[in-house]
Design a protein around this ligand. Structure first.
Ligand code: GLY
Ligand code: MN
Ligand code: MN
Length: 430
């Protein structure tokens, strides 16, 4: 999309938020809402801070992830007041604010201190943000009843948000291609990370989440968080789960690569990808997301049989006996937005057989979800299965062989539209 068109959509976005927020505030009996951008705390016993990424509601309005100690005041019938912290500081630089059209929708101030903008004392004000930053701020702090409504404003993405996430997917796809090439050339996890950062021009600390780069058995740790600096003697598999932020919005993409000569593992990757695409095509209005999760388990069961990993058990039995949960222990996905695991996904708790499912809603147009089935060889989960009553149904030799490849996850970002779905990740790859 042309930049001018995106900037025009951003103005619509701000106006839509103003109307959504006014409604939520009226419903809850508030005249105004003050939003803190947040601030990175110092590490205990140290003078160094954690890397900062702004508070979700502040980013939702502004797209600004890097402004600490800043404030946004929302009131009915007024332009939002954006107060950005710009201290006089010869140790650090102040962030530059690009002069873009959306700023005209705000009353903009710069402040050299941490104070919140002054408030009309007669207004009933809610204040949201990290409680440690609100001590001197008058108003009701983080009222529970308000959050459901505020979080709901993030569920149905505006055209601007969709365009941002489409571009965040394009950037991530570029990074994943570079990462795959690096892996196939024999690079280490560390070097693969560098290739991804270089291709996406994104600092690691600015990514929506810590990139998961698992080579060989590391691919079997769901959120593997280290990077080996030495490449293994044989590169058998790469699980790369990495996204990009664009104007505050996240992509969350996982791609798998089987190493040269890994025919059996490669066939399993292919099988999981076929299943993943089928699950993506289930996305549409009126679909219960839990149904997609359940279909994923049946699909994993079929794959386990077809690959010869499990025999003598029906697909249904594999699911009901918890066999598929050993190989696929996480949920099928989540909402995506200015946070990688975006808010408002669980108005009700997931059922006991899907404890890690992060999205328990019926899908509606405008919702952005991930679809990310996996199939892993995780020793701590496999051990009780292999030594238990169903152990004789398991192909130990094959499991042992594939354990060295760790596991598989394939993840796309999928938008619900009135006619079904748009797969932003596959569009970016096309
Ligand atoms: N990258 C974390 C997740 O896929 O949920
Ligand atoms: Mn992911
Ligand atoms: Mn995800």
């Amino acid at each position: 999309m042309l930049k001018a068109a995106l900037l025009s959509l951003q103005i619509d976005h701000v106006r839509i938020l103003q109307s959504r927020y006014e409604q939520v505030l009226a419903d809850q009996g508030y005249d105004s809402l003050l939003i803190s951008s947040g601030a990175a705390p110092k590490r205990f016993g140290d003078d160094q801070s954690w890397h900062f990424q702004g508070y979700g509601p502040f980013v939702h309005w502004t797209g600004l992830t890097g402004f600490e100690n800043s404030w946004l005041l929302i009131r009915k019938g007024h332009k939002p007041l954006l107060s950005l912290h710009q201290p006089v500081d010869f140790w650090h630089a102040n962030l530059e604010l690009a002069q873009e059209p959306w700023l005209a929708e705000f009353e903009l101030r710069f402040s050299d201190n941490h104070s919140a903008p002054g408030l009309d004392s007669v207004s009933r004000t809610a204040v949201i943000g990290d409680p440690s930053l609100l001590a001197d701020v008058s108003g009701e702090h983080n009222p529970d009843a308000l959050f459901d409504g505020l979080n709901e404003t993030r569920v149905h993405k505006t055209a601007y948000e969709i365009a941002c996430m489409a571009h965040a997917n394009e950037l991530a796809v570029t990074g994943h291609r570079a990462a795959r090439n690096a892996f196939l050339a024999g690079a280490s996890e560390f070097e693969i990370n560098l290739a991804y950062q270089h291709a996406t021009q994104q600092r690691e600390a600015d990514a929506p989440y810590h990139s998961i780069i698992g080579v060989n058995e590391h691919a079997g740790t769901l959120h593997y968080q280290y990077y080996d600096t030495a490449a293994p003697a044989k590169s058998r598999s790469l699980l790369m789960d990495a996204g990009v932020r664009y104007r505050g919005y996240c992509s969350d993409v996982t791609r798998m690569t089987a190493g040269v000569g890994e025919g059996r593992f490669g066939a399993l990757v292919h099988g999981l990808e076929t299943l993943q695409l089928r699950l993506c095509s289930m996305v549409g209005p009126g679909v219960d997301y839990l149904d997609i999760h359940r279909k994923a388990h049946l699909g994993i069961a079929a794959l386990l049989s077809a690959a010869g990993l499990v025999s003598g058990l029906s697909d249904e039995k594999m699911v009901s006996e918890g066999v598929t949960r050993v190989f696929f222990p996480h949920g099928i996905g989540h909402f995506l937005g200015v946070q990688v695991h975006d808010v408002a996904g669980k108005p009700i708790s997931p059922p006991a057989d899907a404890p890690f499912l992060r999205l328990m809603r019926t899908l509606e147009p405008g919702m952005m979800v991930t679809i990310e089935p996996g199939l892993y060889f995780i020793p701590s989960l496999l051990e009780p299965l292999l030594s238990g009553a169903l152990g004789h149904h398991m192909n130990r030799a094959l499991i042992e062989e594939l354990q060295g490849c760790g596991g598989i996850r394939i993840e796309d970002n999928v938008l619900v539209v009135s006619s079904g779905f748009r797969n932003l990740t596959r569009e970016a790859e096309a």
